[in-house]
Design a protein around this ligand. Structure first.
Ligand SMILES: C[S@@+](CC[C@H](N)C(=O)[O-])C[C@H]1O[C@@H](n2cnc3c(N)ncnc32)[C@H](O)[C@@H]1O
Length: 189
């Protein structure tokens, strides 16, 4: 039996240990809503989830996955916009956690994917929106055409974050064939 096996399992295991009732969290790439749903279950009725995606189809799928009796929960804010515009929606130091599950919408158009420039802008803004002690999770899929460039740009940026302000960890399944996804976890001190 596997305990982890891939970064998504590690991601979820870490979220379960870190995210508790009442927290305020951001899903910066809501996609089909699986991560948003997972976060909603962890933060309970007293927490709050912001979920962003720039594709209407993704926001619709997220709303459907998270709805209860046909209603979107009152503690879920769905935002159909690029995460590069995040600061228009969030104040500084309000987030306990943020998740970026990068790439394209599964089942959607594979050419519509996260891009290094907007992801970097969104990560910068998210770091400001995190509370001290807050965590950001970034899952990066290196195996698709745009993924390698995005990985290189993010890797360069995250390595240069000042150690006085952030701890940056990387999860990489180094003996798996092909180019398995990796995850960075950034903690704001
Ligand atoms: C791998 S999917 C996310 C999976 C999702 N978290 C889930 O649980 O189903 C990546 C998503 O990022 C979205 N995306 C790409 N660029 C974006 C941007 N600049 N702003 C917001 N969302 C973006 C895509 O539309 C896609 O739905």
């Amino acid at each position: 039996m596997k305990t982890f096996g891939n970064v998504v399992n590690v991601f979820r295991a870490l979220l379960k240990t870190h995210i508790t009732e009442g927290m305020t969290v951001l899903d910066a790439t809501s996609g089909n809503g699986y991560d948003t749903r997972f976060l909603l279950d962890l933060i309970g009725k007293s927490g709050y989830v912001f979920a962003m995606d720039f594709q209407e189809a993704a926001i619709k799928a997220t709303a459907e996955r998270c709805s209860c009796n046909g209603h979107t929960p009152s503690n879920l804010k769905l935002i159909c916009d690029s995460h590069a515009h995040l600061k228009q929606y969030l104040d500084s130091e309000v987030l306990d956690a943020a998740v970026f599950n990068l790439g394209y919408l599964p089942g959607g158009d594979k050419t519509i994917t996260t891009k290094a420039e907007s992801t970097l802008a969104a990560i910068d803004q998210t770091l400001k929106c995190l509370k001290r002690g807050g965590l950001m999770y970034v899952l990066c899929y290196i195996g698709h055409p745009n993924g390698e460039e995005e990985y290189q740009c993010l890797s360069t940026k995250l390595r240069l974050l000042p150690q006085s302000a952030f701890d940056v960890m990387m999860v990489d399944f180094i003996n798996q064939s092909g180019k398995p996804p990796i995850m960075w976890v950034i903690e704001k001190k």
